[in-house]
Write a protein that binds this ligand. Structure first.
Ligand SMILES: [Zn+2]
Length: 410
């Protein structure tokens, strides 16, 4: 094992130039979703597919979802298999191909679609989210291929579409139409989140509940509130009542930061255009992140009763709609994937890993809800979606070594 692993490590450590080159060709293909005015992932996937073939990763299978909004009509998903000598379990690395838009261009110091290498970092849109995880995974696999070493466990590289806008054409599609791809014993890693030391293993996510409240009252002159029903006033009290759910669903869970559930009023739509009008309509939103010990149905019931109270008190009607409602089962702390990853981090880098939960959503939720254990992990500075997004080259190498260790261990 150690001699083989040394050969894998040697290859990975000597590959930094090739890693940058792969980042460069991927970044040049703007894989933007139709929601952000883009044409999807196919061009980027084609470049990647060719790269894998040219480098000896040839067992490739496509699982494309139909989407008439993009010119090709498909949102591609690709699985690359590097067969292992045992057939006990596969190691999955799931990375997404799509990226988010650049945001304000004036904040970028270089062209976001042209990779710039500086001081051990690579800059560009997507270089971290999620190409860092993608490139680490590819080079872990290439280490076996190029060094002619058969991994102990089959490596499965999954490249997904549509992560940034809900994964309907990516992981959700795969879980719905091709669930047999995954095995219950498989070690599923999602290298799409983590910390700068690579010591946190994400095993749980808060339930995500986004609500829209449309309050309808009666418009009136600003001097005659008695003749109207002020929708903004009713909505203001409702916003406080929704926030007050933090005191009702108040159990703490130390996996998470913060450890409690949050119910926060966020976006507010424009209403009347002058100060002297009593608004007859008000629309606001709330972003709620709820610890997994509560079900969304429990929350729904409590929201409904508070909405009723406000409707009665202010003689308004309130329409509630759910913008997003995702609940996610946690992966147990003693699951094999958690144990194996923690062992690899210890053996290769001397890192003592710990388990955490997060408030955001990842594709892990869809797998966990189907009974597949998975973890989100990588070593990164959390530059996702920011201007001047970068990836640290040493982190790509480090994570590739960790992955290679998991595939090489008996
Ligand atoms: Zn991502």
């Amino acid at each position: 094992m150690s001699e083989e692993f040394d050969a894998l490590k040697t290859f990975i450590e000597a590959s930094s130039k090739d890693m940058v080159e792969l980042e460069r060709i991927l970044t040049a293909q703007k894989a933007l979703a139709p929601e952000s005015g883009g044409d999807g992932e196919l061009a980027k996937l084609t470049v990647l597919e060719n790269y894998l073939k040219e480098n000896g990763i040839t067992r490739l299978e496509r699982f494309d979802a139909k989407d008439p909004r993009v010119s090709s009509g498909i949102r591609p998903n690709l699985v690359a298999t590097i067969p292992g000598s045992r057939d006990d379990y596969a190691i999955w690395l799931c990375a997404h191909l799509d990226v988010v838009p650049t945001g304000a261009m004036k904040l970028w110091e270089s062209d976001p679609w042209t990779v710039v290498e500086k001081d051990g970092k690579i800059y560009g849109r997507g270089v971290e989210d999620n190409q860092q995880g993608l490139v680490s995974s590819v080079f872990a696999a290439l280490a076996f291929v190029k060094q002619h070493i058969i991994p102990e466990h089959t490596i499965k590289l999954l490249f997904m579409a549509d992560e940034e806008f809900g994964s309907v054409y990516g992981m959700q599609y795969l879980v719905k139409e091709h669930l047999d791809l995954f095995g219950k014993e498989d070690r599923i890693l999602i290298p799409d989140g983590g910390d700068a030391k690579g010591e946190t293993i994400e095993i749980a996510e808060k339930n995500i509940f986004w609500l829209r409240f449309r309050t309808l009252g009666k418009q009136a002159h600003g001097s005659r509130p008695d003749q109207g029903r002020n929708a903004a006033l009713a909505a203001s009290e409702l916003a406080l009542k929704i926030n007050g759910l933090e005191q009702v669903f108040n159990k703490r869970d130390s996996l998470f930061d913060p450890p409690y559930s949050t119910f926060q009023p966020t976006m507010h739509e424009a209403n009347v255009s002058t100060v002297n009008i009593i608004p007859g309509e008000d629309v606001f939103y709330a972003d709620c992140r709820i610890n997994p010990c509560y079900t969304l149905d429990e929350v729904r019931a409590e929201v409904r009763s508070r909405v009723k109270e406000i409707e009665t008190k202010y003689s308004v009607t309130i329409e509630v709609s759910e913008v997003q409602a995702e609940s996610s089962l946690p992966t147990p702390q003693d699951a094999p994937v958690v144990r194996d990853l923690a062992e690899a981090l210890k053996a290769v880098h001397g890192i003592s890993a710990r388990c955490v939960g997060i408030g955001g959503g990842t594709v892990g939720a869809y797998l966990r809800n189907k009974g597949f254990n998975c973890v989100v992990w990588s070593t990164l500075d959390e530059m996702a979606h920011q201007p001047n997004e970068y990836a640290v080259i040493a982190n790509i190498i480090k994570d590739a070594e960790t992955i290679a260790y998991m595939a090489a261990r008996p």
